[in-house]
Design a protein around this ligand. Structure first.
Ligand code: NAP
Length: 286
């Protein structure tokens, strides 16, 4: 049976690794802060001592960490992934990073003899818990085939998008649009209520029309309750918009709306809301 490693047990990684354990996979976990492994070990996962240890003992290792710096840090150093990955072993980075970082990691892994797939995900804490993520895979096609049974446990679809970089690009397009939508949605909710409209009624009317979507519905309910409990940390959304704007720079694609949303999310970080849910952006707008 394929042995699975999982590095990074934050909001997303913990739920995804847990689903793999529950589905009967032989899973070894590691997290920088080891306390986050306890729950997974109770569920039946093995405890790895380092990224090197996990990749050395597992056929396929998944990673789910914060950002480009964290994704690279996992690979490098004496206890890093590159020290453990051997010939033919697979490394699947599911963190949201830019295509340049993903290609750099791909080169490091393949030079060390391993196979690499990038597989960032669309969907937040609840879809991660429910195993209904959208997994955006790109890279080594044979590793994609080998990883498909695990993807089928973690997600509801896992399209293969081609060369390394295209999964990262797809993910940034999705989140750039999401951040921009949340920003204008917050402005509309704030404007409407200041004009004397009832917040619930605004949501009902939006939900009945052409701009209805699950995010407005879910985040709208949170916003009215002033519930900012974290499913998707605001700091990660700002990172994604920032990386999308940088991709726009590279490709000479003007992104004025995304650039404005980036500034709003930066203000929210400055105001102290980095670790709250993305909906906390409403607090700096209202
Ligand atoms: P999170 O709860 O903040 O967890 C971040 C994880 O990264 C933790 O396990 C953390 O370890 C680890 N980490 C950070 N820096 C590290 C480093 N230098 N070396 C090793 N490990 C490091 O984040 P999350 O919400 O699970 O998100 C993880 C990734 O998924 C991000 O790229 C995010 O953009 C993406 N994503 C998130 C969502 C969402 O809704 N939450 C949805 C789609 C995609 P410690 O526990 O030791 O700090």
């Amino acid at each position: 049976m394929t042995t699975i490693g999982f590095l990074g047990l934050g909001i997303m990684g913990k739920a995804m690794a847990s689903n793999l354990v529950k589905a009967g996979f032989n899973v070894t976990v590691w997290n920088r802060n080891p306390a986050k492994c306890d729950e997974l070990v109770l569920q039946g996962a093995h405890l790895g001592t380092s990224p090197k240890d996990v990749t050395k003992h597992c056929d396929i290792t998944f990673a789910m960490v914060s950002d480009p710096d964290a994704a690279l840090a996992l690979c490098q150093g004496p206890d890093g992934v590159l020290e453990g990955i051997g010939s033919g072993r697979g490394y699947v980075d599911m963190s949201t990073v830019d295509n340049t970082t993903s290609k750099a990691i791909s080169n490091l892994i393949t030079q060390a003899g391993g196979r690499f797939l990038e597989a960032p995900v669309s969907g937040t804490k609840k879809p991660a818990e429910d195993g209904t993520l959208i997994i955006l895979a790109a890279g080594d096609a044979s590793l994609y085939e080998d990883t498909k049974p695990a993807f089928d446990v973690m997600g509801k679809m896992s399209p293969y998008l081609g060369d390394v970089g295209q999964g990262a690009n797809m993910k940034l397009v999705v989140n750039m649009m999401m951040g921009g939508m949340l920003s204008i949605f917050s402005e509309g909710m704030s404007l409407g209520q200041k004009a004397g409209l009832n917040g619930n009624q605004i949501l009902e009317i939006i939900d009945a029309g052409a701009i209805a979507n699950p995010m407005f519905k879910g985040k709208g309910a949170m916003l009215l309750k002033e519930d900012y409990s974290t499913s998707f940390p605001l700091k990660h959304m700002q990172k994604d918009i920032r990386l999308a704007v940088a991709l726009g720079d590279q490709l000479e694609q003007p992104l004025p709306t995304a650039a404005a949303a980036n500034e709003t999310f930066k203000q929210a970080i400055k105001a102290g809301f980095a670790d709250e849910d993305i909906v906390a952006v409403y607090k700096v707008i209202k």
